[in-house]
Design a protein around this ligand. Structure first.
Ligand code: UGA
Length: 424
């Protein structure tokens, strides 16, 4: 998120100086290497590095020396109890306080619990060397991995939480070129907007996943049902796909953090606890489908897993449903062959289990398998040569966790096909 934000602000005409505590990343970026896969990002970074509008430096001191606006984009991971761990924010605040010598607008871009802004302000006020003036703002980011540049450059809205006129003016100036709808709130308001927006989207996914189970129990089709519900503009068909549950570095963490902060504030958010429960359950639903497709026995069966990243067009494996699914299959003594267009290296590191055989493409992964499981809906799987796959599989069994195929077509092609909440 930090890298995308930096690159996009450079593209908007600013000079951006980026730094990170991970020096290997800075070293790579200085050479023009981009440590993550994100469509269009590499090109933008190369172009603006060349124009010296995007600069990578080793220390915060260097980064903030001439900067007027400082975006804090550090990670806020979950602690064991679900609470957001703000130690990275704290460290950065100390550094900023120590090194600032002129007015700064310090912007929370990282996702943080409500009231963090107040704490950031107090921390910087306490640790600053001289009485250097500063403002705090909260500017949550809504970009999605895989479409991050597009989301940044063409957002539905930009939310800005501020408490002074100067901060508001500076933030509006920065975002002016985007011509996006602006929502100006208090700092606390913007902090809640971010957590609540992710919690709402996660709720939408768990809602449709629960509906998919009802569809399955009754012979209805969740794709038709989701369409019927979503055609109401107030609900919308977007982001309403049943599947194996949400993953990634944001929803699971933010749902946990929001539950935690609401508890702390004395307003337990029970609905979100159910959203989380349904999300965990959905992975079991998927494993059960695989088991049923193998006549009740996973042990000793060869299973092909297509897709490992938590969603397509990224190599991000953080909280990817594939991790839990593969671990469960291995626990039940299955032989797992896997393929992903981008995430195999990271998946290998995350899983750390030599029993998973990573393959060079979907076809070699399918060869000799008793069942093929679709876990991430990469485009190349939608366009796959199904005739070839059928020949390669030991049994023509497909369990589709992302509903990328049409059940009728699959049946006609001779597959034993199971989707999520689909009418067969
Ligand atoms: C999410 C939000 O969509 C962004 O708006 C937000 O800025 C970001 O978190 C963040 O807080 O930084 P992201 O995690 O990149 O973005 O990915 P999403 O596209 O939201 O997908 C999250 C998960 O939900 C994925 O595992 C995806 O497979 C799942 N999903 C999504 C579904 O199961 N069904 C859907 O209909 C949509």
């Amino acid at each position: 998120m930090g890298l995308v934000t930096g690159a996009c602000f450079a593209k908007l005409g600013n000079t951006v100086i980026c730094t990170d505590s991970d020096k290997t990343k800075i070293k790579a970026l200085k050479k023009g290497d981009v440590p993550i896969y994100e469509p269009m990002l590499k090109g933008i970074i190369r172009k603006y590095r060349r124009m010296k509008r995007l600069i990578f430096v080793d220390t915060i001191e260097e980064a903030i020396k001439s900067a007027k606006v400082i975006f804090i984009c550090v990670g806020t991971p979950s602690r064991e109890n679900g609470e957001a761990d703000l130690s990275n924010i704290e460290k950065v605040c100390h550094e900023i306080a120590r090194h600032m010598h002129s007015y700064k607008l310090i912007v929370e871009k990282s996702t943080v619990p409500v009231q963090t802004g107040e704490w950031v302000k107090d921390t910087i006020r306490f640790f600053r060397k001289k009485k250097v003036k500063f403002d705090i703002a909260c500017n949550p980011e809504f970009l999605r991995e895989g479409s991050a540049i597009k989301d940044f450059m063409r957002p539905d809205r930009v939310v800005i939480g501020v408490e002074t006129k100067k901060a508001k003016k500076l933030m509006l100036k920065l975002y002016k070129p985007l011509k996006a709808p602006m929502s100006i709130t208090t700092i606390k308001g913007a902090e809640i907007v971010k957590h609540a927006a992710n919690a709402f989207l996660a709720t939408k996914i768990s809602f449709i996943n629960e509906i998919s189970n009802i569809c399955e129990a009754t012979g209805a089709d969740v794709v038709e049902v989701a369409r019927g519900i979503g055609m109401d503009k107030r609900i919308s068909e977007n982001f309403f796909n049943a599947g194996i549950g949400f993953g990634g570095s944001c929803f699971p963490k933010d749902v946990d953090a929001f539950i935690h902060i609401c508890d702390k504030l004395g307003h337990p958010f029970r609905l979100l606890e159910d959203v989380k429960r349904i999300n965990i359950q959905q992975k079991h639903v998927f494993i059960d489908k695989i088991r049923r497709s193998l006549n009740g026995k996973i042990k000793g069966k060869k299973i092909c897993v297509l897709g490992l990243s938590f969603k397509p067009d990224t190599d991000d494996m953080r909280n990817a449903p594939s991790l839990d699914i593969i671990k469960k299959l291995l626990n039940e003594k299955a032989v797992v062959k896997a393929y992903d267009p981008q995430a195999m290296e990271k998946a290998g590191e995350e899983l750390g289990d030599k029993r998973v055989k990573f393959c060079e493409d979907a076809y070699s992964a399918a060869r000799g398998c008793d069942c093929l499981a679709i876990v991430t809906e990469w485009n190349e799987f939608k366009k796959i040569n199904l005739k070839k796959i059928k020949k390669l599989l030991k049994r023509p069994v497909i369990v589709d966790g992302r509903n990328i195929y049409d059940p009728a077509v699959m049946k006609k092609s001779g597959f034993m096909y199971t989707g999520i909440g689909r009418r067969i």
